[in-house]
Each structure stands twice: as C-alpha cells, then as structure tokens.
Design a binder for this molecule. Structure first.
Ligand code: C2E
Ligand code: MG
Ligand code: MG
Ligand code: MG
Length: 279
C-alpha cells in the first residue's frame, strides 16, 4: 500500500477514474489562464515535395508549456478546451499568431507558402467564424491564399452547415483540407460534393506501408480516387524512405512527417526557408 503525497491518503485505494477526473480538472483550471500567461507557443511542421524535398507549406501545431503541469500534448488538452468552450479563445489566438507569423516570413522576403491551421469542431460550428477569419486576415495583412483551414470528416456530417461554411471560406480565398482522412465515416464521393482542396491521408495508413500490406493498397486507392476528384493529396506521418518511395510511386508527391522534419519553432523555419532561397 502506497501512501500519497498528502501523508494520510492511501493512493492504493484511489479508483483510477478519480485520478483521470483530477487531471482533467487540473488541466481545465490552468488552461483558463494559459493565454494571458503566455504559456502557448506555435510550432510549425514542413509539408514538402517528397521528390525534391522543397517546402510547399507548413502546418501550425499548438504547444503548451504549463509551469505547473509541464508540457501537455494538444491531443490531451484540445478535447478539454472543446468541452469547456475555452477552444474559442485558444483557436482565435492560434489563427491570429499563425497568420501573423506567416506574414512576418513573407515580409522578410522568404518564399511565400501557405500555412495550415487546425480548426476544432466548436470553431467550425461558431456562427461568427468566417467573420473572425476575415478580420484576422485583414488585421495581419496575410493574403487569403496563404491560409489553409484543416477540418476533419466528422465536421462535415451536417451537410447543409458544411456547405455553407466551406463556400464562405472559399469566397474569402482560403483553402480547405480534410485532415486525418480515412479515420472517419465519410466517403470520397460525399466529400467530392464539398468545395475542398486537399486531402490529408491519416498517418495510421502511412505507417508501416510496404508493398505487400493492406495499408499500401488503401493508400494507393485513396491517392487514385483523390486525383480523379482533383484534390491535392498529402500523406501524413511519413517516417521512412520506403514509405516515401511508395508514395511517390503511387503518385503522391506532397508529404509531411518526422522523416523530413518535426514540428519546430518559427526561427528554425526561417532558417530552412532561407536555405531554399539560395538553391
Ligand atoms: P494533426 O492535425 O493530425 O497533426 C499531426 C500530428 O502528427 C501532430 O501531432 C504532429 O506532431 C504529428 N506528426 C507529424 N509527423 C509525424 C510522424 O512522422 N510520426 C508521428 N508519429 N507523428 C507525426 P501533435 O502536434 O501532437 O498534434 C496532435 C493533434 O492535436 C493534431 O493532429 C490536431 O488534431 C490537434 N491540434 C494541434 N494543434 C492544434 C490547434 O492549434 N488547434 C486545434 N483545434 N487542434 C490542434
Ligand atoms: Mg492537422
Ligand atoms: Mg492529421
Ligand atoms: Mg488529428
């Protein structure tokens, strides 16, 4: 029997769900103050051409360094931010910072590339999201063609809402990508009725792809169908030469993954973009 930090609390009898609820409440209360305390940071992961390795885009990924909790993964805190409604202010901060940073790179004379921002379900259902995005583009001076909004399949299930929202995004000039494709329940024929530009194949299909397994045939099929629908395909989570080679063979040129670069701070992106400028 282990004694807890409190001295007389017996950890051994503490039910597991109790700990989970504690952790959640802890995250929630610290999340409330995280923006004003400037605990968030953006990282950027290169999206590139797998053949010549030239960077053609970036995905912006939020990082949270809490003084009390340490580094907390977005996979853990974004769902809590969604449940509590905190995602609205966090998401707004991400959009603003991403556009601001991309404009900064452009002002430095670095190659102009689009930046992709993940939108959460709550933001997607926010009646004012178009207005917010438009304001951020105006405020930062970033041209809309350099912003990509990433949504997931599940957000498009209300077709009427999805059509209205995506059409309005397109009217602004912003591009739309379907993230984690293959993990939801939508079909490509359904998605083809929506004004989307890019399809990101979920990393679970890319992982461990080799010539003789089922993942490879799934990926190959998605690439072929996406091509027919005039969608740009991006493979997520590319980690090995073999995965890269097969993707190129199947006709998917655009990739993102640890093999080419982890998410990194803005300064490291500047250096990479500056190097490409010399080529
Ligand atoms: P996502 O949008 O699908 O982002 C890709 C995730 O895969 C990132 O995890 C990235 O670091 C990771 N990744 C990239 N390449 C590889 C690879 O080669 N191997 C492996 N194993 N992983 C790779 P991260 O940064 O932990 O983000 C997790 C998820 O959290 C994101 O998945 C996204 O759904 C969400 N997220 C991150 N930032 C934001 C944000 O600003 N707003 C919202 N709403 N969600 C965000
Ligand atoms: Mg994403
Ligand atoms: Mg993804
Ligand atoms: Mg994801």
């Amino acid at each position: 029997i282990a004694k807890g930090d409190g001295g007389n609390r017996l950890q051994f009898y503490e039910p597991r769900f109790h700990e989970q609820i504690h952790r959640k409440m802890d995250i929630e209360s610290r999340l409330r103050k995280a923006i004003e305390r400037k605990e968030f940071l953006l990282h950027f992961q290169p999206i590139l051409n797998g053949r010549d390795r030239i960077i053609t885009g970036l995905e912006c990924l939020i990082r949270w360094q809490s003084p009390e909790l340490g580094r907390v993964s977005p996979a853990e805190f974004i769902p809590i931010a969604e449940e509590t409604g905190l995602i609205h202010s966090i998401g707004e901060w991400v959009l603003l910072e991403a556009c601001r940073q991309n404009k900064r790179w452009q002002n430095e004379g670095l190659p102009k590339i689009p930046i992709a921002v993940n939108l959460s379900t709550q933001q997607f259902n926010d009646g004012k999201i178009i207005e917010r995005i438009e304001n951020i583009l105006n405020e930062t001076g970033l041209a809309a063609e350099y912003l990509v909004i990433e949504i997931t399949e599940s957000m498009t299930m209300n077709k009427h809402h999805a059509l209205t929202l995506l059409r309005n995004l397109k009217k602004l000039g912003v591009s739309i990508a379907i993230d984690d494709f293959g993990t939801g329940y939508s079909s490509l024929s359904y998605l083809s009725e929506l004004p989307i530009d890019k399809l990101k194949i979920d990393q679970s299909f890319v992982k461990g792809m080799d010539l003789h397994n089922v993942n490879a045939s799934i990926v190959n099929t998605i690439i072929t169908m996406a091509e027919n629908l005039n969608l740009q395909v991006i493979a997520e989570g590319v980690e090995t030469e073999e995965e890269c080679r097969l993707l190129l063979q199947y006709g998917c040129m655009t990739m993102q993954g640890y093999m080419f670069g982890h998410p990194m701070e803005s300064g490291a992106v500047s250096e990479l973009l500056a190097l490409e400028q010399l080529v």
